[in-house]
Design a protein around this ligand. Sequence first.
Ligand SMILES: Cc1ncc(COP(=O)(O)O)c(C=O)c1O
Length: 478
Amino acid sequence: MIVITPKLDMESKEALYIQLYKYIRNEIMEGRMEKNSKLPSIRTLCDHLNISRTPVVLAYEQLLAEGYIQSKARSGFFIMDIAESSFFSSNTLIEEKNNILSSPSRLYHASKYEEVLYDFGYGSVDLENFPFIKWKKMMNRCLLPESSELLLYGDLQGDEELREEIAVYLHQIRGVRCSPQQIVIGAGTYHSLDLLFQLLREDVSLLALEKSVNDGVQTLIEQYRFGIHSLELEHDGVRMEDVYKSKAQAVYVTPSHQFPFGMTMSVNKRIKLLNWANEEQAYIIENDYDGEFRYNSRPIPSLQSFDQNERVIYIGTFSKALTPSFRISYLVLPTRLLERFREKKHSYDQLASPIFQKTLQMFMKSGDFERHMRKMRNLYKKKHDILLQAIHEYLGDNVTIIGAGSGLHILLEVRNGMTEDELIESAKQRGVKIYPTSVYALEGERSAMPAILLGFGGLSEERIVLGIEQLKIAWGME
Ligand SMILES: Cc1ncc(COP(=O)(O)O)c(C=O)c1O
């Protein structure tokens, strides 16, 4: 058995488990720990280093997850045979890669260079249940000579048959009333929004929006130099008095599941908002990014479904329902804006790949998408319930859960005297990545109590519980 004596710095800002993990990883990579040799047991190493169990367990877990070691039942942990791999041959190379290759992230999930055991990234989805085989089979069909037109640019508005499928789907699941001709496929929500802002530019100079919105949306609004009017959020959606006062020509909302706070706009307010838009001849931009997932109550139809006067522009995405990597979103345009789109008062070609569009169309037409959605709704409900239960069990009265019941994330208001940065940093020390909410506040709108964003789509049920347990320790709630 190997004896390990790393130099651990108890004063360092770097968590003990990371120091230990890095030490063992370096020893393996630099050939000082031979393949198949046995690591000390957790107990032995704790005693030897005079440290508690947790850092050793976390370090071993990380090494296991990354394939540096393997666990053999009733025998212990053993070094894997990876030292010959040229990719891993130099640790300095990995460190350099960290610095050079990691691009600025949009906080959706941890980058692959981060050392994270429990990532509560809100942009993650469950990958284990992705229908790999079916999707691959359908995608292969797009790559046959008889489908060679899919190798060209494709329809400017998006694959016609896909638009037909989306129109049916939106009507069934979200109550949206539209024809396939009103749909414009995009390559992600920001692409769709960017296109929309180009179409709206001549009508809109002042935009009203929820006081906390996605950072990407904020950036786009700044780029278009729209004046903005911030709308206070109440438990049932935006404060209507603010809308009436705004004098805006358009309002941006996430009525099914406000991002990030998670409230649902009441039917009463939906009607008031529509009446206002009709009287003012204003537009409502409805971003329905995760409206498919509702767990403990009946689905609330989209705002668009109540609209009699073509005031609502509906935006949706397949990023939550399927996976973000295909980059497929859609706009449902009212006639006036559709005309503008067709007159090409915008700079866009079709950006979503025709091959992915066609594969998605086949996936929807075959009924596989509907089956997948049914399965994922049950699965996410289970994860959602387990998350809430773990929070009650481990964090108790020290926190308040906000925005539960739909989507793939919740917010946690934490009352232990720590700031948002401190909550995030202390969680990181325990291998848990959680996400800030202050970045989404419009200027001057930051709330007093720190709130943390926890996505649960990409974590297994087991990891959700373990992650919350670690938060309890990190936040001193023992
Ligand atoms: C408010 C909001 N809109 C849209 C999206 C999805 O964006 P995209 O379609 O670019 O993946 C997200 C991602 O989580 C979001 O939070």
